[in-house]
Design a protein around this ligand. Structure first.
Ligand code: CA
Ligand code: CA
Length: 108
């Protein structure tokens, strides 16, 4: 389907697209700048890490649940990476987090 816009309207759409694009770009630049001035703790809590990605390899799978369970059982200490991936964000790795990781896996 081809729509014939009057020339002026087409020009306006082009201008509109350009202004939306530049707005989006300045917005993302603004976000980036704001991210840089954020305290490190906020960046960690804000989620560079995938929730549940305990080993930080970018995917949530059964080995992440195992890491969580190891922390729960005391075989391993929760570090910054593990806490940043804390699925329920309560600041500690518990069996609830391990269950959340397992349910994330089963949903995928
Ligand atoms: Ca992982
Ligand atoms: Ca937790």
């Amino acid at each position: 389907m081809h729509i014939h816009y009057p020339h002026s309207l087409r020009k306006n759409i082009k201008l509109l697209t350009l202004s939306v694009l530049s707005m989006a770009m300045s917005f993302s630049v603004g976000m980036h700048t704001a991210g840089n001035v954020q305290p490190v703790t906020l960046i960690e809590a804000g989620g560079m890490e995938k929730p549940g990605d305990m080993d930080g390899n970018g995917i949530v799978n059964v080995s992440d649940a195992i890491v969580a369970l190891e922390i729960v059982r005391g075989y391993r200490t929760a570090g910054a990476v593990e806490l940043a991936a804390d699925p329920n964000r309560d600041g500690e790795i518990t069996v609830d987090d391990a269950l959340r990781i397992l349910s994330t896996i089963s949903l995928e």
